[in-house]
Write a protein that binds this ligand. Sequence first.
Ligand SMILES: Cc1ncc(COP(=O)(O)O)c(C=O)c1O
Length: 469
Amino acid sequence: MLEEEFDFIMEVLESELRPYRDSHHVYRKLPEKGRAHEDILTEMNELAIRERTKWHSGYVSGAVYNGDDSHIDFLNEVYSINSQANPLHPDIWPSAIKYEAEIVAMTASLFGGGDDGVSSVCGTVSSGGTESIMLAMRAYRDWARTEKGIAEPQIVAPASAHAAFEKAAQCFDMELVQVGLDSDWRVDVEAMNNAISDRTAVIVGSAPSFPHGMIDPIEELSDLALERGIGLHVDSCLGGFILPFARRLGRRVPPADFSLPGVTSLSADTHKFGYAAKGSSVILYRDALLRRYQMYTTTNWMGGLYYSPTFAGSRPGALSAECWAAMLAFGEDGYLKATKSILDTADQIKEGISHINGIRILGDPLWVISFTSDEMDIYAVADAMTRRGWSLNGLQNPPAVHICITLRHTIEGVAERFVNDLAESAEEVSNSPGTMGVMTPIYGMAGAVDTRGEVHELLLRYADIQFKT
Ligand SMILES: Cc1ncc(COP(=O)(O)O)c(C=O)c1O
């Protein structure tokens, strides 16, 4: 039974990859003779055009945060000017170093870091949210070992915190202690207090969390961190370039930055609502001591003295150039305008969902809207949305689905289309009682302790098929 279910799910997942493999030559070795540029570009354009409609016309949750043609053209031009740059060589590309230092300073200024050159808030750029989080967690591990004598440091994080924290714990041999949420889908502060031990290096709060888009009570976590003498990382990867502007627009946004004395680090993704190209994020620290624990240095390598701030050695300086250019092109007024239209669209969608029978929103989110149902299988509703062209995110514990609103959804007619399609999908499922989503049994197994191992295996098989030619 299990094998059959696995095979079925694999078949569904593989079917998404097959069209590309069936219609285009599959390279299993280098072509004997190099192909003409023109020819390669034609093939790539064919592949990209097929995928474009879906994200460009706003059918996708998150993923493409800007996607405007003129913005993309601008970033592409910036890339082409800087395509050879590598910040590993500051002597050859000092411009890449300038861009990165200014990205960090501009980002810090959004989070109570101050733009006066006096504040101690500092940081580095990284390749994305996961890398920013992993860099910070490794820094806390080594800080805790060195400064506090904790041999086996712990991370205490909300159950809703991003998977990157678990990845960091696995990679850096740390223990991750997960804490439950309150009825508002924010971390339970009392439970977090109880979970902290003398091995805790850092506690985590999300602003907001990926699953439910809710902002953890960072102010209370800050008090807790100060009281216990430990670090507090605010994961604002998703919200970093929305919340500061939402606040200025008069939205009720609780403090979640360095203005709170217990906040010791914060991650904010420029490649999400900063509208930079993919491969860009910022990790900030309250002071340079913690940042030092992020750096890798070696003095005895035959290749010479070596230092790198992130996990990669050579890095694409062009991505930092693009990020810098995106931030300058938007400026405060651009981010304010973009944030306003995203929040207004989210309001319209939340209002629409509130009138759909059988569907309810979890918590009171700003623009990452998760919803579930007490009457029907929400994964079956998600499948019905997939048949209507949507690509939403499935959540679990409890079963739910979310849409993260981006600038693609602010286009005329997209919000209405989402609400209409969701209403139709919910009606379709509720008219066929017992309908189950394709992923329902798998999520069920993932939630049960004795079948979790099988679901790990399923994910590994999924990874294997992605690299099959
Ligand atoms: C809250 C949060 N943290 C971290 C990440 C990880 O970011 P990335 O996918 O860029 O590694 C995400 C991604 O959606 C996120 O929403």
